[in-house]
Ligand binder design. Structure first.
Ligand code: 6GU
Length: 239
């Protein structure tokens, strides 16, 4: 898979070179290309933004540098991913879908956003997906692009050593993950649930499935009953 990032803060994406994504790039599973959007400016100040037409606060990223970048990077056939709080919610299902693409191009916005025509134009040359990590506001798309990248790349065949840990984890089955424990069996007066020490694999599986259900009902009722979505995040329970 080839990944391109257009950003005015290329250093923000340095973490891609580290840890598992960095290894995957070194091993040839990934090709990473981080581009400074200012590469495609021509004025002395390398201007990328301007005031919004119609007035209002903040600045908007101008279309021309993106247009030149699209031409230089040959966008055709790629999937363009635009992190924005007004995007469609990024989910494990969307991560799985993006993991099937040959090439993702991330457009990282800053300020009030990217001129809408950038997205409209890109949509004539590529598939465009606007994604949001959740209902809160980040300063720009870079951190979100890192999050999306990590969620997608770990699903690529050959990325993870242990494919089973992929199947067992939160959201793969539509539920949150059950609590996990390791040694010691007793620690600071807190004991690991007996059933996990029993060696009875059927009972362990039943306990885990019930624990996952209980946790999901408490923390994310919307996952069990989609109509509960509106109230799901109003409170943070103690446990
Ligand atoms: Cl994907 N981008 C930005 N800039 N802010 C966000 C977000 C994305 N998701 C939540 N807040």
């Amino acid at each position: 898979m080839r990944l391109d990032y257009l950003t005015i803060f290329p250093d923000y994406l340095d973490p891609l070179r580290q840890s598992l994504t960095g290894k995957a790039a070194e091993g040839g599973l990934l090709e990473l290309h981080v581009h400074d959007l200012r590469t495609w400016t021509h004025d002395r100040h390398r201007t990328v933004d301007d005031a919004p037409f119609g007035g209002g606060a903040g600045m908007v990223l101008r279309p021309e540098p993106f247009g030149e970048a699209f031409d230089a990077l040959d966008l055709d056939g790629a999937t363009v991913v635009v992190p924005t709080p007004s995007g469609t919610p990024f989910t494990q299902a969307l991560a799985r879908s993006l993991a099937t693409r040959e090439r993702l191009v991330f457009l990282c916005g800053r300020y009030e956003g990217i001129d809408q025509r950038v997205l409209d134009h890109a949509a004539t040359r590529a598939e465009v997906v606007e994604v949001s990590l959740g209902d809160y506001v980040l300063n720009g798309g870079e951190v979100a692009a890192l999050a999306v990248t990590e969620a997608v790349v770990r699903l690529l065949p050959g990325f993870m050593g242990n494919a089973e840990s992929l199947v067992e984890e939160s959201h793969e089955d539509g539920l949150l993950e059950y609590p996990v424990y390791t040694r010691p069996a007793s620690w600071r007066g807190l004991d690991v649930p007996d059933v996990l020490l029993s060696g009875d694999h059927a009972r362990i599986a039943a306990w885990r499935s019930e624990a996952a259900r209980r946790r999901t009902a408490q923390r994310r009722p919307d996952l069990l009953h989609p109509s509960a979505a509106a109230t799901a995040w109003d409170v943070v329970p103690a446990t």
